[in-house]
Structures are given as C-alpha cells and as structure tokens.
Design a protein around this ligand. Structure first.
Ligand code: 0XW
Ligand code: MG
Length: 366
C-alpha cells in the first residue's frame, strides 16, 4: 500500500477546567496539528502533535505545521510503512521529531486499519486491556493542593504528579507536605518542576522533605545538571523534557543516573522510536510513563496503545489532556479516563474515527 495523499489540519484546543499552570506558564488554549494520510487502497490513518505552547520543549505549533509542510511532499508514492517513511523523513528534514511523530502515528493507524489489527498488536501486543492514568495537579497553594489530591484519589487515580517550581523552595516543600499529608496508601507521588529549578534549589528542597517518598521529575534543565545531583538527594530523579531522542535515552540509561522517565511519544519522533525507548528502559528496569505534551483523542490513543505494551510493574501511567478538552474528536470511541484508568482501544488502527468536520479546512494538502 502506498501513500496517496496527506492532509494537515490545525485545530484550537481551549483549556477547559483550566488554566493548566506549570513552571513554564499558564495555558489557556493550545493549537494541535492533525495529519490525515490516505493510502492508495482508500484507507485512512490519523496522527497528531500538540506542543504545550512554545516553551515547554523546543517545539511549537507553527513549527509543527512548517515541518509537516516540508516533509509531506517527499512521502507521496512511498510504501505506507513507518520505517520506510521514517528514513525518507530523516533524509528530507533534520530534527523536528515532534512533527515527524504525527506522520509516524498516522502510518501505524493506517497500517492497523489495513491489516484489521489494533495498533498495540503492531507494537508487540497489549499486556492488559486497561491501563492506569495519572493526574498532574497545577501549581497552587498547599491547601488547594491537598484538596486536589483528595479529589483525584476519590476519582480513582493511583498516581499523582504535583507541579512545583513556583520560585520559592519553602513553598514547594509546603505544597508537597500538604499533598503527602492526605496521600492514600498505595498512591504514588511525583513532583515535576519542568526544568525550572537550579541544582541548589532541588538540593535544598530534598533536604527540607527527606521523609516524603516523592520522585523529582525533570527538576533542572539539562542532563548535566541532573547528573550532578546523583548521590546528593534523598529522592529519586525522573527525566522528562531532557530526553529529546532515543540516543539520549540510551546514554542516560547507560550512565545509570536516571531513576525513571516521563516519556512523550511525539518528543522522540513517534511510536517507532518509542518501541526502542520502551525496550531499553525495560532492560534496565527503569519505570516510565507514556504520554504526550497535549492533544486530543488521536495522540491519546497512540499513547494508550503504546502504554498498554509496557511491563505493568514498570509503567507509571498515561497522562491525558482529555480532562481539559471540551469534546472528543470521536464522540463514540473517544479516549476517556474512568476511575483513574483508561480502556485500551480494541478497534483496528488507533480505534479512533475523528469527525473531521470539527477541524475545518486543511492547512495544506498534498
Ligand atoms: C503532565 N504532562 C504529561 C502534561 C504536560 O504536557 C506536562 C507534562 C509533564 O509531565 O511535564
Ligand atoms: Mg513531566
């Protein structure tokens, strides 16, 4: 089957129940890029990439569109296979993995629909039919944080991420004490600074709360900074934004300075490279989440299919933007969190059939 045409849409996602507040800013609306690939057999596959604004990572909505506009023409007529298209994409445009990811995901969807198999089968097979989610609690006061922790535990979440990096280490400590003070047995806690803290700040924070079993997620900006923390904290360190590609994941696993990952499918280039990340992390028994920066049902489904293939004992969960998005692309099969867990789609491909009338006219088509 060959790639017959590619259409790219941009769609505004208002942040409902927001704003979403993290150290990098307060998000009220985000622009997602949706890719529709049509095969010469008439089947269609969808992909998506939605940066969390222009500062969470070196990625932004206009960059995704520009990258896709650069890439798409070179893919027409190619075998509609992720490996074949991936090689072509890397020869047509350097970097821009978050744009390439949308193509990769759409090809897995198209392949699955053509073979009549769900994407998780193409990734090696789901290890369970339902996976845990986790909830990210925005930066807020200690009291509001405690109430949010109690609310989310009542909703069934077994893993919680608290956003820190408010600029005052003592306030961050108070927030984490308040969260831990109401944490139910068996619920895990991560504190995510989203690269905002210095090494001295995280050393001070760790020293203030040695009794709290919390993992620090991406406290500092670079791997060199987090490497320098090794052996200086009372707490494990998870890497997220700094693991920008498979080679970096390989390197940090080899060095042994990483206690876990917050992995984003689009950051490393899509489902194809995520297979390598999954298998390397498993080889070193390093836990990982499988989610993405933002986006609707299409990227959500891709993350859930991939997350279902991660060893359960090493899986930190899949975060979804769904609680902040008004409507599903697929109103019947949209990806939902129920009791803190997500059903793995069983339909062919991603299992999502978007109502594309929501997206308006394509930004471009080839
Ligand atoms: C909580 N997330 C998965 C959603 C936002 O994109 C940020 C991200 C994180 O872990 O930093
Ligand atoms: Mg993170």
């Amino acid at each position: 089957m060959k790639i017959a045409s590619i259409s790219v849409y941009q769609h505004e996602l208002e942040v409902v129940n927001g704003p979403y507040v993290y150290a990098g800013g307060s998000m009220k609306a985000l622009t997602t890029s949706l890719v529709k690939i049509t095969g010469d057999n008439g089947n269609v596959g969808w992909g998506e990439t939605c940066p969390l604004g222009p500062t969470y990572q070196p990625a932004h909505a206009l960059g995704a569109l520009a990258g896709l506009r650069e890439l798409a023409p070179s893919l027409i007529g190619l075998e509609a296979l992720p490996r074949v298209a991936g090689q072509k994409m890397h020869s047509a445009l350097d970097g821009h993995l978050y744009a390439k990811a949308a193509i990769d995901i759409a090809l897995y969807d198209l392949m699955g629909r053509t073979l009549g198999q769900p994407v998780h089968v193409l990734l090696g097979g789901a290890l369970r039919s339902k996976i845990p989610s986790y909830y990210a609690i925005s930066i807020m006061s200690p009291d509001k944080t405690a109430r949010a922790v109690q609310d989310k535990q009542r909703e069934g979440y077994r893993a919680l991420q608290i956003k820190i990096g408010c600029g005052d280490v003592r306030q961050d400590a108070e927030v984490l004490r308040a969260a831990f003070g109401v944490l139910a047995p068996g619920v895990t806690l991560a504190a995510d600074a989203n690269r905002s803290m210095t090494t001295s700040e995280i050393v001070h924070l760790s020293a203030l709360i040695p009794e709290i079993p919390v993992a620090f997620e991406q406290p500092c900006r670079t791997i060199q900074e987090t490497d320098s923390l090794h052996g200086r904290l009372h707490h494990p360190i998870y890497l997220d934004e700094a693991t920008e590609n498979v080679a970096t994941v390989l390197s940090v696993l080899g060095q042994g300075n990483c206690d876990g990952f917050g992995m984003k499918v689009t950051r490393v280039g899509g489902l194809s490279p995520m297979i390598a990340v999954r298998d390397m992390a498993e080889a070193r028994r390093v836990p990982m989440s499988v989610d993405d920066s933002w986006g609707g049902d299409i990227i959500a489904a891709a993350c859930v299919h991939m997350g279902s293939t991660v060893s359960p004992e090493l899986f930190r969960g899949t975060w979804l933007a769904a609680p902040y998005i008004e409507q599903h692309y697929d109103r019947e099969n949209g990806i939902q969190i129920v009791d803190g867990h997500i059903d793995v789609p069983s339909g062919p491909g991603l299992g999502i059939s978007p109502d594309e009338s929501q997206f308006g006219a394509p930004a471009f088509q080839v």
